[in-house]
Design a protein around this ligand. Structure first.
Ligand SMILES: Cc1cc2nc3c(=O)[nH]c(=O)nc-3n(C[C@H](O)[C@H](O)[C@H](O)COP(=O)(O)OP(=O)(O)OC[C@H]3O[C@@H](n4cnc5c(N)ncnc54)[C@H](O)[C@@H]3O)c2cc1C
Length: 439
């Protein structure tokens, strides 16, 4: 497994390198019983508990000074139910392994995010999503969950069994228990045709509603300091399969998207004044392409340039106004932003603290390459996002607290009441949860 989070000299570090923690001890349980015993032992020792995935969150949501539970030995497929069209996987399974195993079985998830390095439990716990008109986040595809709660007991939930737990625990922020297995809805593997095309910022923003309506999965990247975007439309296709040829794929995805992009980021970091020119050149270098492949090969791609990210969900109807404000802010601020801004969508879902809970949403993500100061940019962007009642991704940089969340999530109290019931002694608490959920 690509465990981004490292633990040198007892220090745990996330993928973005902006969060570190020193757990009192680490455990790597190989079974649900061992995991439950680790939770009970932590309680006896008066220690907090935190299960981690691969450390791909940019917030300190996975950090702990207590017992850190590693996922490596809780992996693999437990069961595939072809009548119900579901798959049950161990919580530490990387998405990549799940996607590849499903493809071998002729099955697939319906929708997914940009990468597949994360564990299934880590990804769903923070509401990881891709883009979709009709299909939502990875957590929205969950049909059942098993978790070890604070007293060390095992609790199963679904729409029918403990539905009040199911409503919240699909995006549980690691606050309700340690997830041990997840049952996802699956469907027969299908083909998607991806159409990537440069488009001007003015065109994409004025035609956004049409582009969203006409495509199952629409997203775009806007290059700050330019009027250019790169759009991507993914739609189901009857085939034939037409993958990106290997060499072309290497040139476009590895060399151009990762390699040249990396060099451009280095130059931009060393000489920030060059960023607008680099942005203009790199946005022009993009060309159109179309390919058809199975879902995970179309939705996901490797990200080798390390960065730090903030992402907010705003009501979908507010996305164009929000983006225009962001563009104006960057133009007037003197900020030098070398990383594209990503825009995606999700339909409303019924998960208590999902960023798309009860409202059709659009996501706007701002990034800065690792090692460059991001506070000024993110602070100014966050001011714009929160003015539109934005809800930050739980795993990406933000400064919001429980008081703010009580205002933007109508069901916030439902989540905290459930946490009071399942974890009265705050066994799963850390500084991040204290801030976003309250003491
Ligand atoms: C390069 C990159 C690309 C990304 N792309 C996307 C994207 O396309 N879309 C998107 O929405 N996000 C994206 N993200 C964010 C990322 O998907 C989330 O932060 C995700 O939560 C990371 O998963 P992880 O396995 O690394 O979990 P971690 O970051 O290690 O943990 C996240 C949370 O899950 C909890 N957790 C982990 N395992 C368990 C368990 N067994 N039981 C209970 N709680 C648990 C942790 O305690 C913590 O609260 C990206 C991040 C990076 C670095």
């Amino acid at each position: 497994m690509s465990t981004a989070a490292s633990a040198k000299n007892g220090t745990w570090r996330n993928w973005g390198g902006n969060v570190t923690a020193r757990p009192a001890r680490e455990v790597t349980p190989a079974s649900v019983d061992e995991l439950a015993a680790a939770v009970r032992k932590a309680a006896e020792d008066g220690l907090k508990v935190k299960a981690v995935g691969t450390g791909h969150s940019f917030t300190s949501i996975a950090a702990t000074d207590g017992v850190l539970i590693r996922p490596q030995l809780l992996t693999g497929i437990r069961n595939i139910d072809r009548d119900a069209m579901t798959v049950t996987v161990e919580a530490g399974t990387p998405l990549k392994r799940l996607n590849m195993a499903l493809a071998r079985e002729g099955l697939s998830l319906t929708n997914m995010g940009d990468i597949m390095e994360q564990t299934v439990s880590g990804a769903t716990s923070t509401g990881t999503h891709g883009t979709g008109r009709d299909s939502g986040s990875i957590a929205a595809q969950i049909r059942g969950l098993e978790l070890v709660t604070a007293d060390g007991s095992v609790l199963s939930c679904s729409e029918k069994e403990n539905p009040e737990v199911f409503a919240a625990a699909r995006i549980g922020l690691g606050a309700l228990g340690v997830v041990t297995a997840i049952t996802f809805a699956v469907e027969p593997v299908f083909l998607l045709t991806a159409r990537e095309e440069p488009m001007s910022f003015d065109k994409v923003t004025s035609a956004f509603d049409e582009l969203w309506t006409e495509n199952e999965h629409f997203e775009f990247y806007w290059f700050p300091h330019t009027g250019s975007t790169s759009t991507k439309r993914n739609n189901r296709s009857t085939g034939p399969e037409k993958p990106v040829p290997q060499l072309q794929g290497w040139i476009e995805d590895e060399f151009l998207s990762n390699g040249v992009f990396q060099v451009a980021q280095w130059v931009g970091r060393a000489v920030p004044g060059t960023i607008p020119s680099i942005a203009r050149i790199s946005s022009k270098a993009l060309s159109a392409r179309t390919y058809t492949d199975i879902p995970y090969k179309v939705f996901t791609s490797p990200r080798r340039v390390r960065f730090v990210e903030m992402e907010y969900a705003v009501p979908r109807e507010a996305v164009v106004a929000t983006l225009r404000e962001l563009k104006t802010m960057i133009e007037r601020s003197g900020l030098r932003v070398s990383f594209p801004v990503e825009v995606r969508t999700a339909p409303a879902d019924d998960i208590t603290l999902s960023t798309a809970s009860g409202r059709d949403s659009a996501y706007i993500a701002v990034h800065m390459v690792k090692g460059t100061p991001y506070q000024a940019y993110f602070t100014a962007a966050e001011r714009i996002f929160t003015a539109h009642e934005g809800r930050p991704h739980w795993g990406k940089v933000h400064t919001r607290d429980a008081e703010y969340f009580a205002g933007v999530y109508p069901r916030f109290g439902e989540f905290t009441a459930l946490r009071d019931r399942l974890d009265p002694d705050r066994r799963f608490q850390n500084d991040y949860l204290r801030r976003v959920l309250g003491a």
